[in-house]
Structure formats: structure tokens, C-alpha cells
Design a protein around this ligand. Structure first.
Ligand code: UTP
Ligand code: MN
Length: 605
């Protein structure tokens, strides 16, 4: 649905972005931007920025990005037209009549939602009726608490062929609407009739909590009719089975504190888990996990947990999900797999063995690479040929990861598993230079961070060195603009299109970094030796020297403290031997670092 661009501009202009977003998210001014905790994914350090000038927000943690309309759309989980409508109303801006087609579509959606809501209320009432005793007995036998029934708005469709139909026609809905909504079936000949009959009804809600479809379960003893155990609404303008996750609206809220979302296979499983306190849980609707599912999950949490059966069907489902996820992975966003005990689903597990047992299953979830390694290596023969096939298979999987940073780490992980004795070269984290570099600075680190960042900014190719990249990744960045810039540089380093530094600067400026970049470049307290600009090797030497210089400074500081203490207590032998050790460390700090790096470079390049 296209709104006239000038209307959209007027809406954007009406709401100063930081003031608007500030109503929902506490923001702090940082230079020309505002920063805060991202409302779209759980985080503890702010990576959400708002730029009033450019009229957009951007999250460096989850890549949420957009204008005021996008913000409302996401935050209130509205459709785009609904968000525009809402803002226009608040701003007193009249929306022109939509195109005929768009208007019809909008109206249709609205009336279908109303029909679904009315049907939901009807089914809820049916479950409470005097003569629905057997339905209530059934839900009780499944251990569903009354609060759970109410919370999930569970209901019942009785035996009448036209029960819902009669009621909803009375409420003013048309037969055609009800057919369109999937509530009535229109046979080749004869009158329309209720799709859901003699079933326990489970409403399926969209991300905004509106009922968009139903699932209906036959009660035990009703199977004789050769009907499927579960019947779902058909695909309608409201309901795309492969995109919807059952319970996502409640799960997304709970995920803000839980930090993750569990994905299970059945709605009964999700409902029962919620009853036992695992509220951030969603269920797929009789399909395997799809790409839209993953994208929806990653909007809320970095690593959703897929809960699958421990049997061979579960293993196949796991491999399918992994194959699907590999190309979609980005730094920080992954997938975990939890394995249920054989023969149990989450519903039966919590009910027979309690929340603790389920907790254990979820806590035992393993990451994607781990799981792929475990499954593939278990399936491969121990012979040389078997190992070769395994390597081929794993490296093929790693190659499917599109994101360069993630791909590198996945490959390094597989390599380390395949050749554990070569762990030293396979995992850069334990390399010689790494040890020599030590842990990234914490205290008084601002100047170090600024200097290292400035060098990388002047010579971005530095980030192609694994040791530099690794160190920069772990650097504690002290403040948000610097850590955001660091993130942006780490990502940009792997974009071939940004190799030209002019393009890179333009890119960073578009992301809103002009201010922090110019403050770094203009900072004359940060010395930049000429060799930085001359070659990547020169830049690397300068980068190492800067690091060594700071480490020396830290050691000298420690040495001064010990000297102070020795002045008070000259006979303290422990302090004295510490002093000797420190002096030795200082002597070797620079030299050792260079040697280690040199050695490493020879090996790697
Ligand atoms: P299961 O057969 O594993 O059922 O189907 P379940 O979730 O354990 O349900 P209970 O415990 O027997 O009540 C898993 C999911 O597959 C879809 C449903 O979405 C169900 O939740 N399904 C299953 C269907 O759509 N139709 C069916 O006939 C069966
Ligand atoms: Mn079950």
C-alpha cells in the first residue's frame, strides 16, 4: 500500500525522533546522537542509537534500523499502514483516501480479524457451557490449569454443523467473510458448515496478539472418524502457516528477561511449558522451521533454542534447520539445539518429570557448530576415507555461511575438532601473539582504545590480520560511540565494496559516525607515525608498538605502586620479588610482543 511520500515526510517531520522514542526508551545524549538500550533485543549495554538529523534509529546489536514509522511498527507490532495511520492521527495529518484496491485490502483484513475475534469468543463460551463437560474433562486430563485455558483463550467447538455459523451471522458477519476467514467450509453443493467441530480450540495469535487462525484438536476417543488429530485454519489473507510462530507475542515479552526463546513442535508443548513457567516459548505449526521463522526469532533474541526429539526424525529436523540457518548467520546471531529424552515431548516431560527436567534439557542446548560436529562426526567412519568425507562435508557446511566473520569462526572450529593436536594454529585464541598481547586493557583504557581505533580507521586492512581482529573484538570500548564504531569497522572490514577507504568513510558517515571519526582524526594527542599510511605492514608495526607502549605503561604503573609499598616496608621479600619480576616483564614487553608477532606472521602469511 503506497502512501504519498510527502505525507510520510510530514509525519517524520512532526515527530523529533529522539523525543518520540524517548517516550518508550530511556535515551542519553551522546554527541549528535542519542543512545539507549535497544528495545528490540535484550541487551545490557546500549547499542541503540537515534539520530535526529538523519531521522533514523539504528541498533548495532540487532541491526534494527528505520524511521519513526518503522519504530512504531516494530515497537507496537503493527503493520506498516497501521503505524502510518496511528502516527498521522496523532499528528493531525489527514491521510488521503487510499487507492481503491489498497483500501479494500485494508478493510478486508480488518473485517477478517473481527470475524476471528468473534469466533474466538464463541469457542471460549462453548467450553464453559453446561453440556461441554466432556471437553472440560479432556483439558483437565491434559493437566491444563484454568488460568492457562483463560490465558491462551482456549475453547471448544461442539458437534453442531452450523453452531459458529449461526452465531456469527447473527453478529452481522457475512457468509462469504466467514468462508474467507477459513471458519466455514463451502462444499461443492449444499450449505456451508463449520470447519471446526468436536474439537478443543487453540487460537493462534499474531505478533500483536490478534487471533489470526485456530488449531483444533480431537479429544481422545474421537479418532475413529479418520479425521486428523489436529486441524488448522487454512491459509487465509491473515494466516501463512510457514511464517507464523504460535505464542510469539507472549514469548517476545518474556524473552526480554529470559534472554532466549525456545522453539517446540506442538502448541500443546508451548502451552504446557508456559504453564510451568517457561514463558518464552513458541511452536511451529506443523511445518519445519522456515527462514521467516528464524528472522522473526532473531528480531527478539540472538540465539533461539530449537527443542527437538532425540530420535532420528529429530536429527533430520535438526540437519534441515541447520542447513537453513547456515547462510543466514550473522555475528552474534545463531541457533541452539536442545535434545529431548527419547519418547518425550516437552509437554510429557514437564508433566511427568517437572520443570527441573525441562530446564536441564534447555541448559544442555548446544550451538550450531557444536551440534553439526557432533552429528556429522558420529555418522562418519573412523577410516582415513571416512575422515576425508567428514572434512569435506563440514567444510562444505562452513562455506555456506555467507557472513565472512562467522564463516571464519565456524571453519576454525571445525578445523580444531578435526585436528585437535594442531589446536594451536587452528584456534587463533590460543596463538603465541595472542598470549603476548595479553588481555585487552580495562582500566584507563580510553586512550588505548582511541589510539588503536584511530590506527584501524587510517588503515582498515589491519583488520584482515586475525590477531588484530581478535584483539579489537575483545577490546572493552569504554563508551558507546567508540564501541559502535568498532563494531561497524569489524563488519565493514569484510565487505569487499568498502575496501576503498573513501567508500568506507562514506559508509561510516551514513551510519552516523561522522562525529566520532572526526574527533579521532583530529585528536593530536594520538601520535600517528608516518609508516601507518605507507603500508599495511607499517600500520601493523605501529599498531603493535602502540599496544606494547600501553602495556609497558600499565606495567610501569604497577611497578611504581610496588616501589611505594616497599618504601613503607623495605624488608618485604614478596614485594621485592614481584618488583624483580615486573622489571623483567617490562624489559621483555616490547621485544617479546614483536617476536611473537613475527613468528606468527611467518607461519600465517
Ligand atoms: P504431534 O503429533 O507431535 O502432537 O504434532 P502434539 O503436539 O504432541 O499434540 P498432543 O500432545 O498429542 O496433543 C505436533 C504438531 O504438528 C501439527 C500440530 O501443529 C501439532 O501441534 N499437527 C499434528 C497437525 O497440524 N496435524 C496433525 O494431525 C498432527
Ligand atoms: Mn504431545
Amino acid at each position: 500500500m503506497a502512501f504519498p511520500p510527502d505525507i510520510l515526510d510530514r509525519i517524520r517531520a512532526h515527530f523529533p525522533l529522539s523525543a518520540f522514542i524517548g517516550r518508550f526508551v530511556p535515551l542519553k545524549r551522546a554527541g549528535r546522537e542519542h543512545t539507549g538500550l535497544c528495545p528490540f533485543h535484550g541487551e545490557k549495554t546500549p547499542s541503540f542509537t537515534v539520530n535526529d538529523q538523519k531521522q533514523f534509529f539504528h541498533c548495532f546489536g540487532c541491526a534494527a534500523h528505520g524511521d519513526v514509522i518503522e519504530f512504531v511498527k516494530r515497537y507496537e507490532r503493527l503493520s506498516y499502514p497501521e503505524a502510518v495511520e496511528k502516527l498521522a492521527r496523532e499528528a493531525g495529518i489527514a491521510l488521503p483516501a487510499f487507492t481503491h484496491e489498497a483500501q479494500a485490502q485494508f478493510a478486508q483484513r480488518k473485517s477478517l480479524l473481527e470475524a476471528m475475534e468473534a469466533a474466538c469468543r464463541y469457542f471460549e463460551t462453548q467450553l464453559k457451557r453446561q453440556d461441554s463437560m466432556h471437553a472440560r474433562d479432556y483439558v483437565q486430563s491434559r493437566g491444563l490449569a484454568p488460568e492457562t485455558l483463560a490465558r491462551f483463550r482456549m475453547g471448544y467447538a461442539g458437534e453442531a454443523r452450523e453452531g459458529l455459523k449461526t452465531q456469527l451471522l447473527k453478529e452481522g458477519f457475512s457468509e462469504a467473510q466467514l468462508v474467507e476467514a477459513g471458519l466455514l467450509i463451502r462444499p461443492e453443493s449444499g450449505p456451508t458448515y463449520d470447519r471446526f467441530r468436536t474439537r478443543i480450540i487453540i487460537p493462534i495469535r499474531d505478533g500483536g496478539g490478534r487471533v489470526i487462525a485456530f488449531g483444533g484438536r480431537l479429544m481422545d476417543g474421537a479418532f475413529a472418524r479418520h479425521a486428523p488429530k489436529y486441524l488448522n485454519s487454512p491459509e487465509t489473507p491473515l494466516f501463512k502457516k510457514g511464517e507464523v510462530l504460535f505464542n510469539l507475542d507472549l514469548a517476545a515479552n518474556a524473552a526480554r528477561s529470559a534472554g532466549t526463546i525456545a522453539v517446540v513442535e506442538g502448541y500443546m508443548d508451548a502451552i504446557m511449558m508456559a504453564q510451568y513457567g517457561f514463558e518464552s516459548v513458541v511452536a511451529t505449526l506443523g511445518t519445519a522451521v522456515t527462514e521467516p521463522h528464524l528472522r522473526a526469532l532473531w528480531r527478539h533474541v540472538p540465539e533461539p533454542i530449537l527443542c527437538l526429539d532425540g530420535d532420528s526424525a529429530g536429527r533430520r529436523a535438526m540437519m534441515r534447520a541447520a542447513e537453513l540457518a547456515l547462510p543466514l548467520l550473522t555475528p552474534g546471531y545463531g541457533l541452539k539445539f536442545a535434545q529431548l529424552p527419547p519418547g518425550e515431548d516437552p509437554d510429557s516431560l514437564v508433566r511427568t518429570r517437572g520443570a527441573q527436567a525441562l530446564r536441564q534439557v534447555l541448559d544442555g542446548a548446544a550451538g550450531l557448530s557444536d551440534t553439526l560436529w557432533r552429528v556429522c562426526s558420529a555418522e562418519s567412519a573412523a577410516s582415513a576415507e571416512g575422515k576425508a568425507a567428514l572434512e569435506y562435508r563440514l567444510m562444505g557446511m562452513a562455506a555456506r555461511v555467507k557472513d565472512a566473520t562467522v564463516q571464519k569462526h565456524v571453519r576454525a572450529f571445525f578445523r580444531a575438532q578435526l585436528w585437535p593436536q594442531k589446536g594451536k594454529t587452528a584456534t587463533p585464541a590460543r596463538s603465541a601473539s595472542h598470549q603476548a598481547m595479553g588481555a585487552p586493557p580495562r582500566l584507563g583504557g580510553l586512550q588505548v582504545v582511541r589510539q588503536l581505533l584511530k590506527l584501524v580507521l587510517l588503515q582498515p586492512a589491519l583488520l584482515h590480520r586475525p590477531e588484530v581482529e581478535e584483539y579489537m573484538t575483545r577490546l572493552e570500548c569504554v563508551n558507546v560511540p567508540l564501541s559502535s564504531l568498532r563494531e561497524a569497522l569489524l563488519i565493514a572490514a569484510h565487505e569487499p565494496a568498502l575496501e576503498d577507504y573513501l567508500k568506507l568513510y562514506e559508509h561510516l558517515q551514513n551510519l552516523g559516525f561522522s562525529h566520532v571519526i572526526s574527533s579521532l582524526l583530529k585528536d593530536e594527542a594520538i601520535l600517528v607515525p608516518r609508516e601507518v599510511m605507507e603500508s599495511p605492514e607499517g600500520a601493523f608495526r605501529a599498531w603493535c608498538a602502540a599496544l606494547a607502549g600501553h602495556q609497558r605503561a600499565a606495567l610501569e604503573e604497577e611497578k611504581r605502586e610496588i616501589e611505594q609499598r616497599l618504601k613503607q616496608d623495605p624488608g618485604n621479600e614478596e614485594e621485592y620479588s614481584k618488583l624483580l619480576a615486573l622489571q623483567e616483564q617490562i624489559r621483555h614487553a616490547t621485544k617479546g610482543l614483536f617476536m611473537a608477532l613475527h613468528e606468527e606472521s611467518d607461519e600465517a602469511y
